[in-house]
Structures are given as C-alpha cells and as structure tokens.
Write a protein that binds this ligand. Structure first.
Ligand code: ADP
Ligand code: MG
Length: 360
C-alpha cells in the first residue's frame, strides 16, 4: 500500500536508413547518468529518467536495465504489473516489446533481438520452475481499434466486446478469451497468432504501423503448496501421498504488456480516408491518456477526479495508472532532427509520468 512512483525509462532507436539517406541530423544525445540532451537550432534541453538506452543498447540490455525482470517477479508475487511502450509512430515501440516478430516479411527473429515480452515469458517460466511453486499461467490478448475492444485470440472475424465496470473488478472486458499455457512455445505461438490479427497499415513513417492499441495480459495464479508442520522434512514425497499437504490458492498477479499505437500528425504520414479516421481515434485516446497522466501527476497522490471514462484505453489502464498497479513506461524516440517536435512531446509526456504514483 506504499505510494510508488511510475518507473519511466527512455529508449532512443538508431537512425533508420531512410533518415540517414535523407541526411537527418542526430539531435538526441544520451549522457551517462540517465539523462538525454536534445540540442537543435532553437532547442536545448536535458531530460532525466530512471534509465536511458541509446541506439547501441541491445534488447537484453533494455530487459535487464529497465526493471522488467523485477516486474515479472512482482507479478508472481501477486501484483498487477503493467509495462507500456509509447512514442511516435516508427519510434521503436513494437520492436522494444516484441522484436521484429510482427513483421511477416522478415525471416524468423534470432534470439538476440527478442523483445521484452518474449524475455519476460522465459523469465516467468524459469521462475515458476525454480521456485518450486505451482504456477498456473494463462493469457488474454486484446486490441482497441477505432474505440472498439476486440479479442485477438478468438478465431474468425473480429467482433467488439463490451467493456464494463464493477465495484470489485473495476473496468473489465466481458467474454474475453483466456488461454492456459505451460510452455514458452505455447505462449510465443499465442503472441504470434494475436499479433497477426492486429490491425496494421503501411504509411510513409512506418511500413508496419500498428493502428490499434494492443494489450497482452498474462494471468499468474500461484498455488503454494504448504506442508503440514507435523510432517517435517518427509514432505518431499508429497506427490505420492495425497492428503498430507495442503494446496491453497494464494496469489493472483497479472503482467500486462501495452503496445500503444503511435501518435502521428495526419499531414506527415500521408493518411487519408480510413487511415485518417484511425489516426483521429488513436490521437484522441492518446490525448485522453495524456490528460489522465497530467492530472494524476498534478494530484500528487491526493484523491481527485480522473477522467478514465474518456476513452477505452484509459479505462483499461485505470488500475495501472492510478490504482493498485505497478507500472513501467518505456518511452521510445527517434534521434532524428526530422522528428524533433514529436520527440519533445514524448519527452515532456514521459517526464510528467514520472510524477504519477500508485499504491500497489
Ligand atoms: P512503432 O511500433 O513505434 O511504430 P517499430 O517498432 O515498428 O515502431 O519500429 C520502426 C522501425 O524501426 C522498424 O523497422 C524496426 O525494426 C526499427 N527499429 C526500431 N527500434 C529499433 C532498434 N532499437 N534497433 C534496430 N531497429 C529498430
Ligand atoms: Mg508499433
């Protein structure tokens, strides 16, 4: 119940080929102490975060340095944990969370480029073995597309699911599918299937731009097996002696990965028609999220009205942002001069989020 700040880390991706060929200048420089320096013609600013990963940082370095491993452990301990990636379209959000997996035209990803998700799954399954406790794992995978919640694990054409509220559960999605899994292959397969159903479109900033917000939630139920005190160390043989030990459902945690659709200026991405309707919905929900974050940051832990109901996204993130969750934010930016104004807006957004607190 102690007040805990959101942990915010920053990742600066390398310049892309297009940016290099265009002769873009690098305007973001990371300094050693968790700060970045943005220097351009009329801008000179320094921003500080819990950690900064520059273009050279590997996927593994991001996993180890962001606190993601601890988040996995907290989920096993029964907390509601969320990691979300945000930033401009093409800034590296999907890459950071899942590596190049979502891109069907690239050959199978090598282990080195696997993202935070796959690394967390491995860690979760490893932990579940080493702790000796019996963990039951299941996954659900949703997207919010044009303000509709859709199930990415359900086969067939997408249909909208109702989002409801109850006193005990808070906001929740009705009839969402939750699939049990026991191995790394099984969860990797669910992630792949779901990601392929996700709505993406190509536009000028990113050939595989995600047009929806995606939320993958792992439910972790641990059934700690406690030994009857009178039995002493003979307990090791418990499997063969049903009834001597008490198995009690003890903790239920969640680990949620949120890949936000990127903010974009319609003019720059060459979006029109359906694409611009999508962009407006994306921008509107990101604005609602930004609004909630700034009110939460201002409230300094005091009770104030937060307009979570303004969008589906903020409803689903209510617990992670202002409730009992533990949250890690990965802000993603491009170092290019061409993206300066979006980069500055992501950096301001991220700095504000550092003042948000929850009570896990
Ligand atoms: P977003 O999800 O923010 O729209 P993506 O993750 O799809 O952006 O990244 C855009 C492009 O940049 C992709 O081709 C991706 O492979 C590449 N990219 C992003 N981050 C990195 C990185 N850290 N290292 C190498 N390539 C990256
Ligand atoms: Mg993406």
């Amino acid at each position: 119940g102690r007040e805990t700040r959101l942990r915010v880390v920053l990742r600066v991706r390398p310049l892309t080929c297009t940016e290099t060929q265009r002769g873009d200048r690098r305007v973001v420089h990371s300094l050693s102490d968790g700060t970045v320096h943005v220097s351009a013609a009329r801008h000179d600013a320094i921003f500080g975060f819990s950690a900064v990963f520059d273009a050279g940082a590997s996927q593994e370095a991001v996993f180890e340095g962001s606190g993601m491993r601890q988040l996995v452990e907290l989920a096993i301990d029964g907390f509601s944990c969320t990691v979300f990636a945000f930033g401009q379209t093409g800034s590296g959000k999907t890459y950071t969370l899942m590596g190049p997996l979502a891109q069907s035209d690239t050959p199978a990803a090598s282990p080195g480029v696997l993202g935070l998700m796959q690394r967390s799954f491995a860690c979760l399954l490893e932990q579940s073995q080493s702790r000796g406790s019996d963990l039951a794992l299941s996954a659900s995978y949703l997207e919010i597309y044009n303000e509709q919640v859709r199930d990415l694990l359900r086969p067939g054409p997408p249909c909208a699911l109702p989002l409801r509220w109850s006193k005990t559960r808070g906001f929740y999605v009705e009839n969402q599918l939750s699939v049990d899994f026991e191995s790394l292959e099984a969860i990797a397969d669910l992630l792949l299937q779901g990601s392929q159903r996700r709505r993406t479109s190509a536009h000028t900033l990113n050939r595989h731009s995600s047009r929806s917000h995606a939320l993958l939630t792992i439910h972790v139920r641990s059934r700690t097996v406690s030994m009857h005190p009178a039995l002493g160390t003979r307990g090791r043989a418990w499997r063969g002696r049903a009834g001597l030990f008490v198995a009690c459902p003890s903790k239920q945690g969640t680990l949620c990965f949120v890949d936000l659709a990127g903010s974009e200026r319609v003019k720059e991405t060459g979006s029109s028609g359906e694409l611009s309707v999508e962009a407006n919905n994306i921008n509107r929900s990101l604005l609602a999220l930004g609004h909630c974050i700034s009110l939460l940051a201002k409230s300094g832990g005091k009770r104030t009205h937060i307009p979570y109901r303004d969008s589906k996204l903020t409803r689903l993130l209510a617990r992670s942002l202002g409730g009992s969750g533990i949250t890690l934010m990965v802000a993603c930016i491009s170092p290019s001069s061409h993206c300066l104004s979006e980069t500055l807006s992501t950096l301001h957004y991220a700095s504000r989020a550092r003042r948000v607190t929850t009570r896990p």
